[in-house]
Design a protein around this ligand. Structure first.
Ligand SMILES: [Zn+2]
Length: 232
């Protein structure tokens, strides 16, 4: 977590933060609601300890060319303004942040980080790797947690991880009071951009495949139970 806070601060330092007050407000409205939903979700599952030290923070980076978002361990999250064209409103953003928080609470980044340490740095411990090979460790860290846009290298999650994050994401957005059915039009909007000259970051690592849509449709009734509960 200490490393993630350092890296996060560095990303913010190197980026231009959005000054669009409405958009920033949207990110800071939706993000914490998804975060609260994640906390209750894990607490009810008896796993509240895994994120009890998280300090959630949601920032909007001004970058129209980048359609991406990520969440680091510890709860530090970034949304790039380029993705807001596809999310369109609070509910669309809840699809993306639910999904990204899903990766975070399922520990997908941590898994990739440890695999990367073994594959690229011979199993070196994180602290040692960071002090001896800071550049390499930093790139590894950024790609492991989906923030690779800043180091120019993106690593897609596996299909299994994607499907798990989609599933958790639907439940989180529903519990946060956002209609999970809106996940379908969101992915359709993303899919329309496939074949675009410059592939979008989020889309290149998150293809909107037929299988993905089918899985989401199959999982909707479960998510809708939480949505209806949060609305009654
Ligand atoms: Zn994903």
């Amino acid at each position: 977590m200490t490393l993630s806070y350092q890296q996060y601060n560095q990303v913010l330092h190197q980026s231009r933060l959005s000054t669009d007050t409405q958009k920033v407000a949207m990110v800071r409205r939706v993000g914490p609601r998804i975060a609260r939903a994640a906390e209750t979700f894990l607490t009810e599952a008896g796993q509240g300890d895994t994120i009890k030290n998280y300090h959630w923070e949601f920032n909007l980076i001004e970058d129209e060319k980048t359609a991406n978002a990520w969440v680091m361990p510890g709860g530090r999250a970034a949304v790039y303004s380029g993705i807001l064209r596809y999310t369109q409103d609070d509910t669309g953003l809840a699809v993306v942040l639910g999904h990204e928080v899903g990766h975070a609470i399922a520990g997908h980044g941590n898994e990739r980080m440890s695999q990367g340490l073994i594959a690229e740095l011979g199993g070196m411990a994180l602290a040692v790797a960071f002090s001896q090979k800071p550049q390499q460790t930093q790139s590894l860290f950024m790609t492991a947690y989906g923030a690779g846009t800043t180091v120019g290298f993106l690593l897609p999650y596996s299909r299994l991880e994607e499907s798990e994050a989609d599933h958790i994401g639907l439940i989180l957005m529903a519990r946060a009071g956002y209609d999970p059915r809106q996940a379908i039009p969101f992915w359709e909007r993303m899919a329309k951009q496939e074949g675009h000259k410059q592939p979008l970051e989020f889309l290149s690592t998150h293809p909107a495949t037929q299988k993905r849509m089918e899985d989401i449709i199959r999982e909707l009734p479960e998510a809708l139970q939480y949505y209806n509960t949060s609305h009654s």
